[in-house]
Design a protein around this ligand. Structure first.
Ligand code: AMP
Length: 421
């Protein structure tokens, strides 16, 4: 138990961190280009924020939150997603004050008590963006393009982008009624969850994973046939912008989000080589959320990408090769005196900006040279009693095996010139 992390969590080991840093660098470069600024919000928030901000009837809020009472008797929840938190921060810090359009991005871990499997964890990481304050369909297109470009920049091909419009509080009630009408005499065949969704949230029956529910929803009315003029026009514009940008997509009328504050555009990106957990990104417009959380009505749109799934895809497709971590210099010190001179030199080399290492265990020359090889050192700096007495060190080029004796006071300059040269 003590040597086993909690179920659904994963260590990102030193050998894996390079790939994460590479992906995070891509995110930061791309977001900079698209004009999104990073925001870092706390990992926990008041539980109510997520209840309001994600919706009481969602699986996330009903079954998956890590919620606890803190010592001050407040109900706290580890964030299961970051949109609600970003909106909370946007309102609390009045980020709308200077900009009519506020563009934020985040990278961080999220927590959901889900059934763990490959690609699904209880602690996982998302990269997400939120564009707040603008209702133009150009923003919807912009963030979809950003998500696609991000995945493409990592070398992922054959991404499947699906888009839909889920309408707005004006046209959706009509659609809900049509759906309820359609499912009315099929209720007995639906799964328990969908039966309970029938009244509260019938649109979610459409994305139920149960085979029987999927079969029964064949031929269900499609939201795109019920959109009001405004939603229809918005959707057409998004498609136009995407087409103009050369982004291929399919329209999927079953891509739904049943909550009232989700409006208009919904999208998802799949990468099918990942198998069962192939959804890598999901997002859409949420023009009703900011008001729900207590702000003035403000249009907004965003997405989140699951980074573990991105990492799995990179690994699967062998799209990332880590550069080996090579030391510039490895100090081989023989004897006590040499150890202390070597240690001082180690500190000075590092202060001079070089990657330097040494052995502290007083091992044999042979063992220390082996370590220098393991550290892939460019040079070994050999110090023994003779060298100390002469105030020199022997520099050994680990590749050519050429050795030169260098006065102590010249070592740092010589190594710096050679390495940075
Ligand atoms: P969502 O916030 O549910 O719209 O999810 C956005 C993306 O986060 C999904 O497309 C997945 O790539 C990823 N994701 C969601 N839940 C998990 C999880 N439990 N483990 C790993 N990735 C997840």
């Amino acid at each position: 138990m003590l040597t086993q992390g909690p179920r659904g969590t994963k260590d990102i080991l030193p050998g894996e961190v390079d790939a994460w840093l590479y992906v995070e660098k891509k995110i930061r470069e791309l977001c900079e280009r698209f004009g999104f600024q990073e925001i870092r919000t706390p990992i926990f928030e008041h539980t109510e924020l997520f209840q309001r901000g994600i919706g009481d009837t969602t699986d996330v809020v009903e079954k998956e939150m890590y919620t606890f009472t803190d010592r001050g008797d407040r109900s706290i929840t580890l964030r299961p997603e970051n949109t609600a938190a970003a909106v909370r921060s946007y309102l609390q810090n009045k980020l709308y004050a200077d900009n009519s359009l506020t563009k934020l991005f985040y990278i961080g871990s999220m927590f959901r008590y889900d059934r763990p499997q490959k690609g699904r964890y209880r602690e996982f990481h998302q990269f997400g963006v939120e564009a707040l304050g603008e209702q133009s369909p150009a923003v919807d297109a912009e963030i979809i393009i950003l998500a696609v470009r991000f995945l493409q920049s990592l070398g992922l091909k054959d991404l499947e982008l699906s888009i839909n419009s889920v309408g707005d509080p004006k046209c959706r009630p009509v659609y809900r009624e049509k759906l309820q009408e359609f499912f009315k005499d099929k209720l007995d065949g639906l799964c328990d969850v969908c039966r309970s969704r029938y009244d509260r949230n019938p649109m979610r029956i459409l994305d139920c994973k149960s085979g029987e529910c999927q079969r029964l929803s064949v031929g269900a009315p499609e939201i795109t046939d019920c959109l009001c003029d405004e939603c229809n026009e918005h959707f057409e514009k998004v498609k136009e912008y995407l087409t103009a940008a050369g982004i291929s997509f399919t329209c999927d009328p079953r891509l739904v989000r049943g909550l009232d504050y989700y409006t208009k555009t919904a999208f998802e990106i799949k990468y099918s080589p990942l198998g069962a957990q192939s959804a890598v990104a999901g997002g859409g417009r949420y023009d009703g959320l900011i008001e729900e959380i207590g702000g003035n009505p403000t249009p907004a749109v965003g997405f989140a990408v699951g980074l573990e799934r991105v990492m799995l895809a990179l690994e699967q497709q062998k799209l990332f090769n880590a550069e080996p971590h090579k030391a510039d210099a490895f100090i081989v010190a023989l004897g006590e005196k040499a150890q202390s001179v070597g240690f001082k030199l180690l500190v000075e080399l590092r202060d001079a900006g070089l990657k330097a290492a040494m052995d502290y265990a007083g091992r044999s020359m042979k063992a220390q040279m082996k370590q220098a090889n393991k550290a892939m050192a460019h040079y070994a700096v050999i110090l023994g009693d003779d060298e100390i007495a002469k105030n020199v060190a022997v520099l050994r080029d680990m590749e050519s095996s050429a050795q030169t004796e260098v006065p102590m006071e010249e070592i740092i300059k010589k190594l710096t010139d050679e390495v940075k040269g």
